[in-house]
Each structure stands twice: as C-alpha cells, then as structure tokens.
Design a protein around this ligand. Structure first.
Ligand code: NAP
Ligand code: G4F
Length: 337
C-alpha cells in the first residue's frame, strides 16, 4: 500500500515541489488549503486531477493552521504516515506589520500540528516535519551556522519559528513523537513568491528588458544570504523523515552572496545596467535586519547523504529564463487587446 502524506502550505513554493516529489515517489498526497476569494492553487494545478478518477493521488481539504480543531479533525480522519508542516506567514518584513497573526499562524500553528499528531499517535504513528528557518539565527553568533549555533532571532517571524522549533523538540522528547526540524536556509525557484527579493528582482528584470516596467525599488542590498534551489531542498525534507531516528538538520549550500551581487548577476544576464533602473526605497528596510546567513549542511551530507546540487548561477538562469518568458506572454496579451 502506498504511503499517505499530509501537507500544510501545499499552495506555496515548497509545498508545490514537495507534492510533486511525493507523487513521483508513489505517495498519496493530501494538502490543506485556505479558503480565499481567488484561486490559490496555481502552483499545483498541473498535479491536480479529478478526485473522482481512480488514479487521482492528490487531494485538497479546507483548513487553517490557526484553526486547531479543523486541523485535528483532518489529521485524525486522514491518518497520514508523514506530516509536513510548511504552512506559515512566511514573509519577514510583513511579520513586523502583523506580529500577532504571524505568531498564531507560524508559531501556534506548528503547535496545533504537533498536538494533532500526538493525538493520532495513540492510534497510529505519524512522522512530523517542521519547516524551521535559518532566520532563527538572526544576529548570528557564529559563522557558518550549524545545528549547534544558538538562535538570536531578529523579528516576529523568527521569534515564531524559534517557538515552533522548540515545541517540535519538546514533542519529540516529551511524547516520543517522530518530529524533526529542517533548518532550511533561503531557497528560491521560478515558483518563489514575487515579494521575496530574488523573485522580485528576476520578475522585474524580465519586465524591464521587454519595456513593461522602468524601475525596480529595493531595500537593503548589503544583506548576505545562502541561496539554494527549492527543488533540491524538498528532497532533504523527505530524507529527514526516512532516517531511522528523528533529528534536526541544517540545509544550505555553504555559499553566501549579497543581495547586490544577486541583482548584478540577474541584470548582467539580460545586459541591463542596474544603475539605470534600480532605486532604493526605505519602505523595504526592516526594523531589524539579518545581515549574514551562511549555513553548514555537513551533518545532512554525512547522515542523510544530501547536498545541494544547483549553483547560484544555475538558479539565476532558471529564474531569469522563466520570468523573461512570463514577460513575453504579458506582451502578447497586451498586444492582443
Ligand atoms: P510560501 O511560498 O510563502 O508558502 C506559504 C504557505 O503557507 C502557502 O501555502 C500559504 O497558503 C500557507 N499558509 C499561510 N498562512 C496559513 C495559515 N494560517 N493556515 C494554513 N496555511 C497557511 O512559503 P515557502 O517559501 O514555500 O516556505 C515553506 C515553509 O518553509 C514556510 O513555513 C516558511 O516559513 C519556511 N521556510 C522557507 C524558506 C525559504 O527560503 N523559502 C526557508 C526556511 C523556512 P496561501 O497560498 O493560502 O497563502
Ligand atoms: O527575500 P527576503 O524577503 O527573504 P528573507 O527575509 O531572508 O526570508 C526568507 O528566507 C528565510 C530563511 O532564512 C525564510 F525563513 C523566510 O520565510 C523567507 O523565505 O529578503 C532577503 C534579503 C533581506 O535581507 C532583505 O532586507 O533581501 C533584503 N531585501 C532588499 N530589498 C529585500 C528587498 N527583501 C524583500 N523581500 N524585498 C525587497 O525589496
């Protein structure tokens, strides 16, 4: 019989790649989605078949991380083998505007997932993956950051993730739940949300190249990030749940670059001059910044056999090609009107 996975955050970047990966592995995949006034399933549409067809293996259910009761009902009814908690208010800048909601969705939401898994555990063991973040290291206390580096969170999002991290460890140690933290450093893709800096840059560069936009406004260009490819990273999530014992792992490339160098790489690929098109807008600065992230994924390499396989240059190529094509389609639509 095939394994059953339950995903929160299935409509997001990572959820879509993970659902794709799990379906390829023969899993039956159940995703929780939120009700919205417009469709939010664009990233998983290509995976979705009529649920009444006998070969359908992807099923969607309404729910919300802040609604513990509906989440518990879903998990108890579905009895999944593996639970991946990828849902979150995941935008760091937005978390300064909505700290209480971020705590509910990103922090308490994770607790709701763990509590539901604990209840299910009385009947059936379900393994839990918690999407922890390099943002927890904040004002970093050592470089590179490892599983042993203490956290020094710098904002509401990071504080909520630190809470979720510790609850995951707590449920493992207190109740023997198979619960793991993947401490993932920034990972990007053509499916990255358009308000995160890498995608904001590649999307704008494609539109500028084709004359659809003439300015790109950014914040702090000096921050350094360890950027990998999301498709590589979801495999690591799965590997953590296949390991014989629950543990926490850093997932990173081991390379760090400034936002400025990412911008220059993208613009150079399209023969554009950033000086001509990029302006700084103080609205995009944060009350507290995380200046440097650089992870060591040595433990994941040694224990799980995982390592990043996509270079930053390859990632930029993937994103630029995708977003140039998107801009071309925009031009065609504009012309046909
Ligand atoms: P994303 O694209 O922003 O996706 C977030 C997902 O969470 C979406 O499916 C969203 O649903 C869902 N969500 C938001 N609030 C929710 C709520 N209250 N109840 C249920 N679902 C909710 O994020 P991502 O980049 O895929 O990241 C996946 C996870 O990894 C997140 O927890 C993020 O914090 C964490 N993480 C990400 C990175 C990274 O670099 N990408 C690094 C470390 C950790 P809607 O579509 O309805 O909005
Ligand atoms: O792309 P970002 O918004 O990502 P950030 O803040 O590092 O958070 C992402 O990675 C975390 C892992 O470390 C995840 F947990 C989190 O969910 C999210 O996926 O910003 C990256 C850097 C920051 O230093 C920011 O100040 O880019 C800088 N930046 C400069 N201009 C900008 C902009 N960020 C955004 N979003 N928009 C700008 O215009």
């Amino acid at each position: 019989m095939s394994k059953r996975a339950f995903l929160t955050g299935i409509t997001g970047q990572d959820g879509s790649y993970l659902a794709e990966f799990l379906l390829e592995q023969g899993y039956e995949v159940h995703g929780m989605i939120r009700r919205a006034s417009t469709f939010t399933t664009g990233r998983i549409e290509h995976l979705y078949r009529d649920p009444h067809n006998s070969d359908a293996r992807l099923f969607l259910h309404y729910g919300d991380l802040t609604d513990g009761q509906s989440l518990t009902n879903l998990i108890l009814a579905l009895e999944p083998d593996e639970i991946y908690n990828l849902g979150a208010q995941s935008h760091v800048r937005v978390s300064f505007d909505q700290p209480a909601y971020t705590l509910q969705a990103t922090g308490a939401g994770a607790l709701n997932v763990l509590e539901a898994a604990r209840q299910l555990n009385k009947k059936k063991t379900a393994k839990v993956y918690q999407a922890s973040s390099s943002e927890m290291y904040g004002d970093v206390l050592e470089t590179p950051q490892t599983e042993k580096t203490p956290f020094r969170p710098q904002g509401p999002y990071a504080c909520a993730k630190v809470y979720a991290y510790h609850q995951t460890v707590n449920y493992r140690e207190s109740y023997g739940l198979f619960a793991v933290n993947g401490i993932l450093f920034n990972h990007e893709s053509p499916r990255r949300g358009e308000t995160f800096v890498t995608r904001k840059i590649t999307r704008a560069a494609g539109r500028i190249k084709l004359g659809l936009q003439d300015r790109l406004y950014l914040g702090n260009l000096d921050a350094k990030r360890d950027w990998g490819f999301a498709k590589d990273y979801v495999r690591a999530m799965w590997l953590m749940l296949q390991h014989h014992e629950p543990d926490d792992f850093v997932i990173a490339t081991g390379q760090t670059h400034t936002v400025r160098s990412f911008l220059e790489l993208v613009f150079a690929k399209l023969q554009l001059d950033p000086e001509q098109f990029v302006a700084i807008d103080p609205r995009y600065f944060r009350p507290a910044e995380v200046n440097l992230l650089l992870g060591s994924a040595e433990k994941a390499r040694d224990v799980l056999g995982w390592k990043a396989t996509t270079t930053l240059n390859e990632l930029v190529d993937l994103m630029v090609d995708h977003d140039l094509e998107l801009a071309r389609q925009e031009c065609l639509i504009a012309k046909s009107r």
